[in-house]
Design a protein around this ligand. Structure first.
Ligand code: A3P
Length: 305
């Protein structure tokens, strides 16, 4: 009789996100930890406590993002880079260090270096060992209006997250930080205050879209992954939106379309009204204008009607 293949941690986590059995309300699907909401099917207090003693390595490749800013894109980029250098396929593993159970962290201990890790946790929640070990951390940020639209659609298409009846209701929660992983503005402000600590490099979704090869070169240099121009072009080809969307059923199962939706800049103009746009402008002005991360976002170019 054919033996059924044992699922990897990653496949199990994707299943959990896809099925969320019997749960539909925000009360069932979200929980609050230190004043921030998290998806309860996949995150837990137990896991957050276990992460406090997580042992980072100095050669981990760590990706840090607020949701919907291009996490899966950069994860794939690093996998392609490492697999070219090692001349062997790397296996996509646990999507975020905070997902699943503490046993998964035990299994991460056994993974050979370099481990490709990622997290949506805010600065305060990132295990201290990443800073002690001076692990290279790449933070990927995106203009807040497109991030909001992407998040709204993700909520709609993800059974593990509650559904909003309208964009306006989602916007209201987004602007007040009442969504999973909390306020994007707080997230950026906190990181901005610490951007010069540790080995951190920030890049934007928009620069990746408009000048992809330059950003790939920056990423490979930052992580010490030496690649020829030809190899960088190969990474570019394998991680284009079209190519990743085509492979998304293999990489993300039934959730492929939710993770790879449009991959564009400026989709926010389809749903934002003038008042909502001004609310985000005011938040940006108040918290991020003339800051390092604020400047990097090129707000005037990407966030004005
Ligand atoms: P949209 O919803 O605007 O399409 P994350 O991986 O952090 O969840 O981010 C998801 C967003 O990144 C989605 O944005 C998705 O389409 C976009 N994305 C993923 N891979 C991409 C790629 N190769 N090129 C451009 N955008 C990509």
């Amino acid at each position: 009789m054919a033996q059924s293949k044992q699922k990897t941690d990653r496949e199990m986590l994707l299943d959990i996100l896809h099925f969320a059995p019997g749960k539909t309300s925000a009360e069932d699907l979200l929980f609050n930890y230190k004043d921030v909401l998290y998806p309860s099917t996949i995150c837990s207090k137990e896991m957050f406590e276990a992460l406090e003693t997580f042992e980072a390595r100095d050669d981990d490749l760590m990706i840090v993002t607020y949701p919907k800013c291009g996490t899966n894109w950069v994860i794939q980029i690093l996998h392609e880079m490492v697999s070219i250098i090692k001349n062997q396929e790397t296996v996509l593993d646990q999507p975020m260090i905070e997902f699943g159970s503490p046993q998964m962290l035990e299994r991460l201990k056994e993974q050979p270096s370099p481990r490709i890790l990622s997290t949506h946790l805010n600065f305060q929640m990132i295990p201290k060992s990443f800073f002690e070990k001076k692990t290279q951390m790449l933070i990927v940020i995106r203009n807040p209006k497109d991030a909001a639209i992407s998040f709204f659609n993700f909520y709609k298409n993800m059974p593990a997250l509650p559904t909003y009846e309208s964009w306006n209701l989602f916007f209201n929660d987004f602007i007040h930080g009442n969504v999973c992983y909390g306020s994007y503005f707080n997230y950026l402000v906190e990181w901005n205050n610490h951007i010069d600590e540790g080995n951190v490099m920030a890049i934007t979704f928009e620069d990746m879209k408009t000048d992809f090869l330059t950003q790939l070169k920056k990423i490979s240099e930052f992580f010490g992954l030496p690649l020829t121009d030809e190899q960088l072009c190969e990474v570019e080809r394998r991680t284009s939106f079209t190519s990743m969307k085509q492979k998304s059923e293999d990489t993300h199962g039934k959730l492929g379309d939710a993770f790879f939706r449009k991959g564009q800049i400026g989709d926010w103009k389809s749903l934002f009204n003038e008042e909502q746009s001004k609310e985000v402008d005011a938040k940006f002005q108040q918290h991020l204008d003339k800051t390092k991360l604020g400047d990097l976002l090129n707000y005037a170019k990407y966030c004005k009607f």
